[in-house]
Design a binder for this molecule. Structure first.
Ligand code: SF4
Length: 256
């Protein structure tokens, strides 16, 4: 992984739904095989550290103080990657801006660490804050399978217990690999858990990576997954969709 420091000309990018996104970093260290961003040329294998991101965000917020649109943080990065955020604290500095300028915020984190707890003082001050804890981390599923805890579930519970609004996601659910029942059982009852099927194209880099991981984790399921990617997906999708409904398990789209 190559780490590079950079200055950016603006903090905000508008996604396809018209939502303003801020990413303190470009790139991610989580290595999820299903990651949507793997298809973006130049995204994988490097982390850009956007040193002036908070100053640029402050400028954006100052110019839009009349409307105060909801900000979204964390799409193609995890704002709480310990490898960089512990030292650079760019996420923390962006939160300081959102808190001071009183901008509503949806904060998405891949929930591999509980570094977010460091920022509890700021999180409490941000209006209409929603924290999205993305729990679909295969390393954490392996911890659960060994009888250890899931760091993201523990973190989500702590944030919720502190009175903050938390949504959890598990997207995608990987049938045979994901123990969704174990996640739901450990997650605080009042935290909604949003799930989704795999949205992976035939012949994509994601297909290759997922098959590699299935081969390592559940070689007995390799043929099932190969069949899924060959087009026999309705059965596996149905299996996932039927998990929603009870126990505060919901389907996307998620509410802010
Ligand atoms: S945590 Fe999110 S951004 Fe990072 S690799 Fe996984 S899916 Fe991609």
């Amino acid at each position: 992984m190559i780490f590079t420091t950079k200055e950016v000309d603006f903090a905000i990018e508008i996604n396809e739904y018209g939502q303003p996104y801020v990413n303190p970093y470009f790139g991610c260290t989580a290595g999820c095989p299903f990651c949507y961003w793997l298809s973006i040329p130049g995204w994988e294998g490097k982390i850009d550290i956007r040193l002036n991101i908070a100053d640029q965000l402050d400028r954006y917020c100052r110019e839009r103080e009349a409307e105060r649109p909801r900000l979204y943080m964390g799409s193609y990065c995890d704002p709480y990657m310990e490898e960089v955020e512990t030292e650079y604290q760019l996420t923390r500095r962006c939160l300081e801006v959102a808190a001071r300028r009183r901008f509503p915020l949806t904060l998405c984190t891949s929930a591999r660490s509980d570094l977010i707890l460091r920022d509890m003082d700021l999180l409490r001050r941000i209006p209409e804050l929603t924290i999205v804890a993305e729990l679909c981390r295969l390393d954490q599923m392996e911890r659960l399978n060994r009888g250890e805890d899931h760091v993201g579930v523990r973190m989500a519970n702590q944030l919720s217990c502190a009175g903050l609004r938390v949504n959890a996601t598990f997207a995608p659910v990987l049938p045979g690999v994901t123990n969704l029942a174990a996640v739901r059982e450990r997650l605080a009852e009042d935290i909604p858990l949003y799930i989704d099927v795999m949205h992976v194209e035939k012949g994509s880099v994601q297909e290759t990576r997922i098959l590699e991981r299935i081969s390592a984790l559940r070689p007995d399921l390799l043929d099932v997954y190969r069949a899924f990617f060959a087009g026999e997906r309705p059965e596996m999708d149905r299996e996932v969709l039927e998990m929603a409904g009870g126990d505060n398990i919901r389907l996307f789209p998620m509410e802010d």
